[in-house]
Design a binder for this molecule. Structure first.
Ligand code: GLY
Length: 452
């Protein structure tokens, strides 16, 4: 079988890698992909081929020409832009929700109202289109909030606030300065919750649901909590698209999985199929919180795998992804059995740190970061460690270079969490991003507390 994975980030590289593990798959096209696939030590070179086309019509033509059996769309933007709808029109089998169903991720207010109507627990929230009204609200309620852009924002659209001043600043940033673009025309202001975040993934096939009985935890803040000096210099511990991840999450137990399915997944999926009448096929990702009083609440629902959660869950999943994806397309998820290996996995993300700019300095991700830094040390990575590339490019002389804030994932597995951490950290330290403006010193940065 030939599979095409549409995407270019770490999650998409990992999807391509996971399809490459399938006994049914002889070829994976990674479109538009990233050049990292040709450099990874666990590269499945030849099996995974990058095809740098972007235009949806060209992608559909390519699928017809090459006889692609299945397309998987990894991220929310092409889903929202209607890639699945176009592929279906051309008779190409594809995994992912149709454009109109992406609303469940891209319109938080719509989803929050739906969850409230069906009695699924979520933090108290209010929706605002007017920044003045939003400001009045946060001043009146006084308690800590999270200010969220209503539209898509690459997993970064939520600002967690310590106090009213923070909330005022967040409203200004999102609604007035439009740091997340038009997604900031409307905000959802939600009560801030404490507890443990859980990323819980399910697959839907239009009439059944397959909840993955395993979950992971993402590390969103840019810096380790005890890295006070860096946080001070940076001007705060901003949320990122994720700096690392581990699984199994410390809270994975059959009773909690059952609770999540009963309290959250089943009523939501029932509402999708029967209240909204959607024939939803693809991933449905529940971003949850378990608070200190044992309340389970929904922070958000997404239409794709989480990044970097997928990078660890995919390694732990022993089931064949091609078989799951085919069952999604054919409406047979009730026949699929899931299996997990016994390992722990840790993903540490190598980010662009502080680097020298032509004038002054780049603060590094999630602030302004440099690009074009040569990536060295990949040849020193141990066998069995997966490298998934995200923000990379290829330079005619330098070879693989950095191109984004989150550059690559180092994913290690081991029978113990400590062992997986040790392997991930031992290996990431062999990688260098050469800062060409600063005597080729290493401008890579990573968090040290992933999995703790
Ligand atoms: N890990 C957060 C996200 O994928 O949105």
């Amino acid at each position: 079988m030939k599979v095409l994975v549409y995407g270019s980030g770490g999650r998409d590289h990992c999807l391509a890698d996971k399809y490459g593990d399938s006994q049914h798959v002889e070829k994976v096209y990674f479109v538009p992909g990233n050049p990292g696939v040709n450099y990874t030590p666990k590269g499945k070179r030849g099996l995974i081929e990058r095809v740098p086309i972007r235009d949806f019509r060209e992608v559909a033509d390519f699928c017809v020409e090459k006889g692609v059996d299945l397309v998987d769309v990894g991220s929310e933007n092409p889903l929202e832009e209607g890639l699945i709808d176009l592929l279906h029109e051309r008779g190409i089998r594809a995994v992912g929700p149709r454009k109109e169903f992406v609303k469940i991720e891209s319109d938080r207010a719509f989803t929050d109202d739906l969850l409230t109507e069906i009695g699924v627990a979520k933090p108290e929230y209010r929706v605002f289109d007017d920044p003045q009204e939003a400001l009045r609200y946060v001043r009146n309620i006084g308690y800590q909030v999270v200010v969220k852009a209503n539209g898509l924002a690459a997993g970064k659209g939520a600002i967690v606030c310590d106090d009213v001043e923070d909330a005022e600043a967040a409203i200004e940033q999102i609604m007035v300065k439009k740091i997340f673009g038009e997604s900031g025309n409307r905000v959802v202001i939600e009560e801030r919750k404490y507890g443990t975040e859980i990323s819980f993934f399910t697959y839907l096939d239009g009439s059944h649901v397959l909840p993955l009985k395993m979950f992971a935890q993402d590390y969103k803040p840019a810096f380790d909590p005890d890295d006070e000096e860096a946080i001070r210099q940076f001007g705060g511990n901003l949320n990122t698209g994720g700096t690392g991840c581990y699984c199994p999450h410390k809270l994975v137990t059959p009773w909690l999985v059952n609770r999540i399915i009963k309290e959250i997944v089943n009523p939501t999926v029932n509402a999708i199929y029967n209240r909204l009448g959607w024939e939803y096929k693809g991933v449905l990702y529940f971003g949850l919180n378990l608070d200190p009083y044992n309340n389970l609440e929904v922070f958000e629902i997404n239409v794709r795998h989480g990044d970097p959660e997928w990078e660890v869950l995919a390694r732990k999943l022993s089931s064949d992804l091609f078989e799951i994806a085919t069952a999604v397309v054919e409406g047979r998820l009730d026949t699929v059995k899931q299996a997990w290996n016994k390992q722990y996995y840790v993903d540490v993300i190598a980010m662009e740190g502080r680097s020298k700019a032509s004038r002054g300095w780049n603060k590094g991700y999630p602030g302004r970061y440099g690009k074009g830094h040569r990536i060295k040390g990949l040849d020193k990575i141990d066998r069995g460690i997966a490298i998934y590339f995200a923000g990379v490019d290829e330079h005619p002389e330098k070879g693989l270079v950095t191109y984004g804030g989150r550059v690559l994932h180092v994913v290690a597995g081991d029978p113990t969490l400590e062992g997986a951490r040790k392997k991930a950290y031992d290996n990431i330290q062999r990688i260098v991003f050469e800062d060409h403006n600063n005597n080729n010193t290493n401008c890579m940065r990573y968090r040290k507390t992933i999995g703790l």
